[in-house]
Design a protein around this ligand. Sequence first.
Ligand SMILES: Nc1ncnc2c1ncn2[C@@H]1O[C@H](COP(=O)(O)OP(=O)(O)O)[C@@H](O)[C@H]1O
Ligand SMILES: [Mg+2]
Length: 479
Amino acid sequence: MSRIYLEDLKLAVRQSGIDTTIESFRETNIKKRGKAVTSIIEIDKGGNGIKIFSKCYDTSLYHGIRGYSPLEKQLSDELSTEESFDYEKKILRTLNDVDKNIAPILYSVVESQRRIFMEYIEDRSLQWKFIELDKEIVGLEEEIKGLKSDKDSSERKNEIQNLKRQKEYWVKKGIDYIARFKKACNNNDDRFRRLGIRELSKKEDRAVFEDYLLRILLYSNDNLKNIENVRSFLKDKGINISVYSSELAEYFFREVTSDEEIALIHGDMGPHHVRLNGKIIDFDEFREGSYYYDLVRFLKNPFVNQPERKIPAYLANYLLKELTNGEKIDQEEIEKLSIEDIVNDIVGRERFASSLKRFYDINLKEDIHIAAVLRKYSPKAIKFFTRDHPVYKSKKRLIDWRLDDINNILNILLSDYGREYLLRDRYSTETIENFRSFFETTGLIRSVPSDMFSLFGKEGNPDANKDKRLKNHKNKIYA
Ligand SMILES: Nc1ncnc2c1ncn2[C@@H]1O[C@H](COP(=O)(O)OP(=O)(O)O)[C@@H](O)[C@H]1O
Ligand SMILES: [Mg+2]
């Protein structure tokens, strides 16, 4: 029995612009995910094969298929599939209307099966590209360890440099694609708003932060087996978690989204959702948010994994793309510009400074998110999800990464720099003390090493020399 009806498929093929003589078809690559089942429909048409991508939100149609691991099942989403289906189809249709190059073409929708037939994009994702490059880099690094001659290892080092440049090229490309996507959405803002996109909500933000904080606690303390235990643990200590989450929500709401920088965002902009040809996929988290959110999400992704010191350059590139309206930008010309040129002449200093600040605000939010997510997943689960990533084959590096993330949060929240940065003039220093006592009282950190304050200069880049110094602090900070 086939789940796909010939008539439905014929319609999809017709909409794709190719004529409809279908000789036979196969459904392959069936993957059951949280909310939907994706598959590829391979069609034979008089000797020509074509492929169509299917995303089906009625997962019950696929009951009994193999390849749905208990882990995936356990972590699967509980979102209403009907709602997600409606949402994704509306967004995709509108994206097609505003620009054919930014998302897969929607061919047809089978309402009775909650299925979307769309263009199959042959190009792989940026994530795949990054994994391939990382694999080569890791391989060469391993080789160097076993080499005696300097000449041999310097050759390998050059190759590594070359691979890193390639990676940077694709990161930049990704940023271009994201900026283009963003612009197409925001230039057609009203069309999306008419669809009823998810709006920003302080209440929701608060719930999210509460969840983040609870989960960070839950997985930082082996004795707390579930969220209910965490709640009673907090109650015993007289800690009211909603105070902390409200403060975080208040902070982010005002700082990040108080003005014109509310924009339409993709919401889940990782390299896995950016194809090498520039098309973006997966729209069920499309919503209102801060203009920089997608960029932060992308750069924060562990597969992208770029040094913090490069952030200003990436941000300048992003802003540059955002500012040039419709004109074609000569990529080579941009390459010739230095970051200072871009900032001074094109983006403007003031604008750039405020954007950078926003960037770090959202960065912090993303840190909290990541720390919570990492703690939600057991190390086994993280390994499962990162099984294709060479860097995570080594457990030590995986743990380093987790520590870095929790450190980012703690550093910003607890340092003098963080105090200044987060609160500026508008807030009392109580908030920061609140967080400190929250982390300390709950046992997430035993104490904040006093010399940690020196990690941040009063001015300048908070990340200068951070990496090196942090190494020495890791064990102390992490209880
Ligand atoms: N149009 C497409 N062409 C080719 N592959 C696609 C397409 N859409 C999605 N995919 C692949 O399927 C995966 C899951 O699709 P996605 O829309 O992200 O679903 P989910 O909402 O379950 O994350 C993507 O990561 C990508 O590898
Ligand atoms: Mg996805």
